[in-house]
Ligand binder design. Structure first.
Ligand SMILES: *Cc1c(COP(=O)(O)O)cnc(C)c1O
Length: 226
Protein backbone atom coordinates (compact mmCIF):
# COMPACT_ATOMS: atom_id res chain seq x y z
CA UNK A 1 0.00 0.00 0.00
CA UNK A 2 1.15 3.48 -0.77
CA UNK A 3 0.48 6.39 1.52
CA UNK A 4 0.39 9.35 -0.86
CA UNK A 5 -0.04 11.86 1.96
CA UNK A 6 3.03 10.54 3.77
CA UNK A 7 5.11 10.77 0.58
CA UNK A 8 4.00 14.38 0.00
CA UNK A 9 4.83 15.22 3.62
CA UNK A 10 8.22 13.53 3.43
CA UNK A 11 9.04 15.39 0.24
CA UNK A 12 8.12 18.73 1.82
CA UNK A 13 10.29 17.89 4.85
CA UNK A 14 13.28 16.94 2.67
CA UNK A 15 12.84 20.08 0.58
CA UNK A 16 12.94 22.26 3.66
CA UNK A 17 16.00 20.42 5.01
CA UNK A 18 17.70 20.98 1.65
CA UNK A 19 16.80 24.68 1.84
CA UNK A 20 18.25 24.91 5.36
CA UNK A 21 21.44 23.10 4.30
CA UNK A 22 21.79 25.44 1.30
CA UNK A 23 21.38 28.54 3.39
CA UNK A 24 23.85 27.24 6.02
CA UNK A 25 26.36 26.69 3.20
CA UNK A 26 25.46 30.03 1.58
CA UNK A 27 24.40 28.26 -1.57
CA UNK A 28 21.47 28.93 -3.90
CA UNK A 29 18.60 26.52 -3.45
CA UNK A 30 18.50 26.09 -7.26
CA UNK A 31 22.03 24.69 -7.19
CA UNK A 32 20.84 21.43 -5.61
CA UNK A 33 18.61 18.91 -7.37
CA UNK A 34 16.75 16.32 -5.33
CA UNK A 35 16.76 12.93 -7.05
CA UNK A 36 13.95 10.90 -5.45
CA UNK A 37 15.10 7.27 -5.46
CA UNK A 38 12.07 5.07 -6.07
CA UNK A 39 13.73 1.65 -6.39
CA UNK A 40 11.60 -1.21 -5.00
CA UNK A 41 8.62 1.12 -4.61
CA UNK A 42 5.57 0.76 -6.85
CA UNK A 43 4.54 3.18 -9.59
CA UNK A 44 1.80 4.49 -7.27
CA UNK A 45 4.49 5.82 -4.93
CA UNK A 46 6.13 7.67 -7.82
CA UNK A 47 2.70 8.97 -8.89
CA UNK A 48 2.22 10.37 -5.38
CA UNK A 49 5.53 12.23 -5.62
CA UNK A 50 4.57 13.52 -9.08
CA UNK A 51 1.24 14.74 -7.69
CA UNK A 52 3.22 16.59 -5.00
CA UNK A 53 5.10 18.39 -7.77
CA UNK A 54 8.30 16.37 -7.83
CA UNK A 55 9.84 15.54 -11.22
CA UNK A 56 13.35 14.05 -10.82
CA UNK A 57 13.69 10.38 -9.96
CA UNK A 58 16.37 7.74 -9.65
CA UNK A 59 16.26 4.01 -10.23
CA UNK A 60 19.10 1.52 -9.89
CA UNK A 61 17.90 -1.25 -12.20
CA UNK A 62 17.01 -0.92 -15.87
CA UNK A 63 14.34 -3.62 -15.85
CA UNK A 64 12.53 -2.26 -12.82
CA UNK A 65 12.55 1.27 -14.25
CA UNK A 66 11.24 -0.04 -17.55
CA UNK A 67 8.28 -1.64 -15.81
CA UNK A 68 7.32 1.58 -14.01
CA UNK A 69 8.37 4.67 -15.89
CA UNK A 70 7.11 4.69 -19.49
CA UNK A 71 3.47 4.96 -18.32
CA UNK A 72 4.34 7.66 -15.76
CA UNK A 73 6.28 9.60 -18.36
CA UNK A 74 3.32 9.50 -20.75
CA UNK A 75 1.42 11.63 -18.21
CA UNK A 76 4.43 13.72 -17.17
CA UNK A 77 6.70 14.37 -20.15
CA UNK A 78 8.82 16.70 -17.99
CA UNK A 79 9.81 13.83 -15.68
CA UNK A 80 13.59 13.25 -15.51
CA UNK A 81 14.94 9.81 -14.77
CA UNK A 82 18.47 9.07 -13.50
CA UNK A 83 20.11 5.65 -13.57
CA UNK A 84 22.03 5.35 -10.29
CA UNK A 85 22.89 1.63 -10.33
CA UNK A 86 25.45 -0.42 -12.25
CA UNK A 87 24.84 -0.69 -16.00
CA UNK A 88 25.78 -3.81 -17.96
CA UNK A 89 26.65 -3.28 -21.58
CA UNK A 90 23.87 -5.63 -22.70
CA UNK A 91 21.33 -3.26 -21.10
CA UNK A 92 22.71 -0.10 -22.70
CA UNK A 93 20.12 -0.02 -25.47
CA UNK A 94 17.18 -0.05 -23.05
CA UNK A 95 18.93 2.37 -20.69
CA UNK A 96 19.54 4.97 -23.41
CA UNK A 97 15.90 4.78 -24.49
CA UNK A 98 14.56 5.09 -20.94
CA UNK A 99 16.81 7.35 -18.86
CA UNK A 100 17.78 11.02 -19.11
CA UNK A 101 20.93 10.80 -17.03
CA UNK A 102 23.35 7.91 -16.53
CA UNK A 103 25.13 8.49 -13.22
CA UNK A 104 27.19 5.33 -13.21
CA UNK A 105 29.62 5.53 -16.13
CA UNK A 106 32.57 3.68 -14.64
CA UNK A 107 34.59 1.92 -17.35
CA UNK A 108 35.78 2.44 -20.92
CA UNK A 109 33.69 -0.37 -22.40
CA UNK A 110 30.53 1.16 -20.99
CA UNK A 111 31.46 4.67 -22.13
CA UNK A 112 32.03 3.37 -25.63
CA UNK A 113 28.78 1.38 -25.68
CA UNK A 114 26.82 4.40 -24.42
CA UNK A 115 28.33 6.68 -27.06
CA UNK A 116 27.49 4.25 -29.86
CA UNK A 117 23.94 3.68 -28.64
CA UNK A 118 23.24 7.39 -28.13
CA UNK A 119 24.35 8.01 -31.69
CA UNK A 120 22.16 5.17 -32.93
CA UNK A 121 19.09 6.45 -31.07
CA UNK A 122 19.95 10.08 -31.70
CA UNK A 123 19.63 10.76 -27.97
CA UNK A 124 22.10 12.71 -25.90
CA UNK A 125 22.01 11.77 -22.23
CA UNK A 126 23.92 13.54 -19.49
CA UNK A 127 26.57 11.28 -18.04
CA UNK A 128 28.11 11.27 -14.59
CA UNK A 129 31.30 9.36 -13.91
CA UNK A 130 31.11 7.13 -10.87
CA UNK A 131 34.23 7.34 -8.73
CA UNK A 132 35.09 4.63 -6.21
CA UNK A 133 36.10 7.24 -3.63
CA UNK A 134 36.86 4.71 -0.91
CA UNK A 135 38.92 2.53 -3.29
CA UNK A 136 36.84 -0.43 -2.13
CA UNK A 137 37.64 -3.71 -3.89
CA UNK A 138 34.01 -4.82 -4.27
CA UNK A 139 32.60 -1.47 -5.33
CA UNK A 140 31.90 -0.08 -8.79
CA UNK A 141 33.47 3.13 -9.98
CA UNK A 142 36.68 4.35 -11.51
CA UNK A 143 39.64 4.53 -9.10
CA UNK A 144 40.30 8.09 -7.91
CA UNK A 145 43.78 8.00 -9.45
CA UNK A 146 42.39 7.00 -12.84
CA UNK A 147 39.54 9.52 -12.83
CA UNK A 148 41.28 12.36 -14.69
CA UNK A 149 42.33 10.12 -17.60
CA UNK A 150 38.92 8.49 -17.79
CA UNK A 151 37.07 11.82 -17.74
CA UNK A 152 39.32 13.12 -20.52
CA UNK A 153 38.74 9.99 -22.58
CA UNK A 154 34.95 10.17 -22.11
CA UNK A 155 35.01 13.73 -23.37
CA UNK A 156 37.46 13.60 -26.22
CA UNK A 157 37.26 10.05 -27.49
CA UNK A 158 33.60 9.22 -26.92
CA UNK A 159 32.20 12.77 -26.90
CA UNK A 160 30.01 12.01 -23.92
CA UNK A 161 28.30 14.95 -22.27
CA UNK A 162 30.01 14.60 -18.91
CA UNK A 163 27.97 16.54 -16.39
CA UNK A 164 29.79 15.57 -13.25
CA UNK A 165 30.86 12.87 -10.84
CA UNK A 166 28.94 10.50 -8.60
CA UNK A 167 30.01 8.50 -5.55
CA UNK A 168 28.77 6.14 -2.87
CA UNK A 169 31.17 6.50 0.08
CA UNK A 170 32.15 3.45 2.17
CA UNK A 171 29.52 2.41 4.69
CA UNK A 172 30.06 3.02 8.39
CA UNK A 173 32.59 5.82 7.95
CA UNK A 174 32.32 9.59 8.06
CA UNK A 175 31.33 10.42 4.46
CA UNK A 176 32.66 14.00 4.57
CA UNK A 177 36.28 13.25 3.58
CA UNK A 178 34.94 11.22 0.64
CA UNK A 179 32.54 13.99 -0.42
CA UNK A 180 35.45 16.42 -0.29
CA UNK A 181 37.59 14.09 -2.34
CA UNK A 182 34.91 13.85 -5.04
CA UNK A 183 34.50 17.64 -5.04
CA UNK A 184 38.26 18.00 -5.40
CA UNK A 185 38.44 15.62 -8.39
CA UNK A 186 35.53 17.47 -10.02
CA UNK A 187 37.19 20.86 -9.53
CA UNK A 188 40.47 19.57 -10.96
CA UNK A 189 38.63 18.41 -14.05
CA UNK A 190 36.37 21.40 -14.58
CA UNK A 191 33.18 19.58 -13.65
CA UNK A 192 30.28 21.23 -11.83
CA UNK A 193 27.99 18.26 -11.19
CA UNK A 194 28.43 16.32 -7.94
CA UNK A 195 25.95 13.55 -7.21
CA UNK A 196 26.52 12.62 -3.57
CA UNK A 197 24.56 12.28 -0.38
CA UNK A 198 21.65 9.97 0.46
CA UNK A 199 18.93 9.91 3.16
CA UNK A 200 21.43 9.72 6.01
CA UNK A 201 23.94 12.31 4.87
CA UNK A 202 22.57 14.63 2.19
CA UNK A 203 22.99 17.75 4.33
CA UNK A 204 26.70 17.00 4.77
CA UNK A 205 26.94 16.43 1.02
CA UNK A 206 25.33 19.82 0.33
CA UNK A 207 27.86 21.45 2.66
CA UNK A 208 30.57 19.82 0.51
CA UNK A 209 29.07 21.09 -2.75
CA UNK A 210 26.63 18.40 -3.92
CA UNK A 211 24.60 19.40 -6.99
CA UNK A 212 22.45 16.27 -6.80
CA UNK A 213 21.38 14.40 -3.68
CA UNK A 214 19.86 10.93 -4.06
CA UNK A 215 17.22 10.35 -1.40
CA UNK A 216 15.12 7.19 -1.20
CA UNK A 217 14.11 5.98 2.24
CA UNK A 218 13.44 9.42 3.69
CA UNK A 219 10.85 10.03 0.96
CA UNK A 220 9.33 6.65 0.15
CA UNK A 221 9.92 4.80 3.42
CA UNK A 222 11.69 1.48 3.94
CA UNK A 223 12.42 -0.39 0.74
CA UNK A 224 10.31 -3.34 -0.27
CA UNK A 225 12.15 -6.66 -0.64
CA UNK A 226 13.06 -7.28 -4.31
C1 LIG B 1 19.27 3.31 -3.03
C2 LIG B 1 20.26 4.35 -3.37
C3 LIG B 1 20.17 5.65 -2.85
C4 LIG B 1 19.11 6.08 -1.84
O1 LIG B 1 19.46 5.61 -0.57
P1 LIG B 1 18.60 6.01 0.72
O2 LIG B 1 19.53 5.71 1.84
O3 LIG B 1 17.39 5.16 0.72
O4 LIG B 1 18.29 7.46 0.63
C5 LIG B 1 21.10 6.57 -3.27
N1 LIG B 1 22.06 6.26 -4.16
C6 LIG B 1 22.18 5.02 -4.67
C7 LIG B 1 23.27 4.74 -5.65
C8 LIG B 1 21.30 4.04 -4.30
O5 LIG B 1 21.43 2.80 -4.83
Amino acid sequence: MTDAAAIAENLAAIRSRIAAACSAAMRDLESVTLVAVSKTHPAEAVAAALAAGHRVFGENRVQEAQAKYPALRAHHPDLRLHLIGPLQTNKVKEAVALFDVIETVDRPRLAEALAKEMARQNRSLDCFIEVNVGAEAQKAGIAPNDAADFIAECRSRWKLRVGGLMCIPPEGQDPVPFFMKLADIAAQNGLKGLSMGMSADFEAAIACGASHVRVGTAIFGARNPV
